[in-house]
Design a protein around this ligand. Structure first.
Ligand code: SF4
Ligand code: SF4
Length: 447
């Protein structure tokens, strides 16, 4: 079992994976042209144009972007402005119609494809590795000799060869459950996706990180048993020991490697990191020839009154998902897209859920009282003790609150992984992640 000493222990959520909730598909989707960090795609359709399910509606200018395909068969009714799951303002293609799953046509066996053919398949499928730093999967995996436009957001050329493929089969936060759910489901796509990622990344071994609070997933045990070369293994991690499921801590806990911050990438320590949900999506797209049309989310919170996993067409709005789930049981005080610790608050039900959305939580007033009005820092040091990347969050938050962004940057602001542990333990209820996100934006914009 891997260990991780910093962070916080969150309450146990469950002893079995969440279950899938079947819901009716929407009749309208709003497809944001940016559904990850990087660059927006460019629309290839016009208002009034008929589209089929699986048809390309926006094309990526570089590998820091992904193609977007319509999940519905219908008509483009508008090209409008909306917010992405992360709260960025973006243009979006609105399509009204009906879900019509494209006819699955079996293409070549993924095992017979070359790394270049697999890379082309990933690029065309428009896959995004979701999470706190959602990036186009192809940009995350490309070999180091690719042009600079294909490199991660830091823009640095990375030269380290990847030796390990780390599959996150535990969820980024204990409240989230898509990876835990999928890990227990036997699918052809699981093996195909992981084998393809291994081939594209050039990794010699595969490590499957699982949550020890849940039963060990049978399909992953089978994968290990069937690997005659003995290059696949399972590492168990305590998913309640947050933020063990976030990328930087996950690599440290599972492999003992430290990604250099602030601009480091898993490749810098020889690792290709991929969420289990993305590996399965990749397997499905390679087997069926269908691009990414759906996203899987965890839903929960007292205002919804139910918790589970849903599979929705990309571009489903918060409002139509809530309606499909039977509406709010109680008045929501806060709606979060993502996990309760790392997600983004939204105030409009018209916001669509993109490829980067991993959760939808509708919280009641009682569930958010813990993060209410805040006070001055009392220098108790609790935030320092829990910060997984050894920052001094209290001091940083004071700089950020006073717009002293240069001093915050000098204090390590850009190394913050936005885990929210400091917020969680702060007796003064200081909204530190909120302050840090705003300050990072200002620093990046050169304010
Ligand atoms: S400063 Fe950033 S990395 Fe450290 S605990 Fe706070 S949110 Fe997490
Ligand atoms: S936990 Fe809150 S009050 Fe304590 S040092 Fe950190 S910011 Fe200040």
């Amino acid at each position: 079992m891997g260990t991780y000493l910093r962070g916080i222990t969150l309450p146990k959520q469950r002893s079995a994976p969440l279950e899938l909730i079947e819901i009716a598909p929407p009749t309208q989707v709003v497809l944001p042209l940016i559904q990850h960090l990087g660059e927006p795609a460019k629309p290839t359709v016009n208002v009034g144009q008929k589209v089929k399910s699986g048809q390309l509606v926006a094309t990526p200018p570089t590998d820091r972007s992904v193609p977007i395909h319509s999940p519905l068969t219908g008509v483009v009714t508008a090209i409008t402005t909306t917010f992405s799951s992360r709260g960025q303002s973006t243009d979006a293609v609105v399509i009204e119609g009906a879900e019509k799953v494209p006819r699955k046509k079996r293409i070549k066996d993924p095992a017979s494809l070359t790394p270049a053919e697999l890379t082309a398949g990933i690029r065309e499928a428009g896959l995004v590795n979701p999470g706190l730093q959602p990036l186009p999967l192809v940009g995350d995996l490309l070999p180091s000799d690719q042009p600079a436009a294909h490199l991660p957001l830091s823009g640095r050329r990375v030269v380290k060869r990847i030796d390990t493929l780390l599959i996150g089969a535990l969820d980024p936060e204990p409240s989230l459950g898509v990876n835990g759910y999928l890990a227990g489901i036997e699918t052809e796509a699981l093996a195909a996706g992981i084998a393809s990622l291994k081939a594209v990344s050039g990794a010699e071994r595969v490590v499957l990180a699982v949550d020890t609070n849940l039963p060990t997933p049978g399909p992953l045990v089978t994968l290990v048993a069937e690997d005659e070369e003995e290059t696949t293994s399972i590492v168990g991690l305590n998913g309640r020991r947050y933020p063990i499921g976030l990328p930087i801590p996950l690599i440290k806990a599972a492999l003992g490697r430290e990604v250099p911050l602030p601009y480091g990438h898993p490749r810098d320590v020889g690792v290709a990191l991929c969420a289990l949900v993305t590996a399965i999506s990749l397997g499905e797209t390679l087997i069926t020839g269908t691009p990414q049309l759906f996203t899987m989310l965890t839903v929960g919170g007292g205002a919804l009154g139910k918790a589970g996993i849903v599979k929705v067409p990309i571009g489903t709005t918060i409002g139509s998902l809530v309606e499909a789930l039977g509406g709010f049981e109680r008045e929501p005080a806060k709606i979060i897209v993502g996990g309760p610790m790392t997600g983004f608050a939204h105030y409009e039900l018209s916001v669509p859920l993109g490829k980067d959305a991993i959760g939808l939580f509708a919280l009641t007033e009682e569930e958010i009282t813990a993060v209410g009005g805040y006070r001055e820092c009392i220098n108790c040091g609790r935030c320092v003790a829990v910060c997984p990347v050894n920052l001094v969050p209290g001091m940083l938050s004071m700089y950020c609150a006073k717009d002293r962004f240069e001093e915050a940057a000098a204090g390590g602001l850009l190394s913050c992984i936005e885990c929210g542990c400091c917020d969680y333990v702060c007796p003064s209820r200081r909204p530190m992640v909120h302050l840090f996100r705003h300050a990072k934006h200002q620093v990046m914009e050169g304010a």
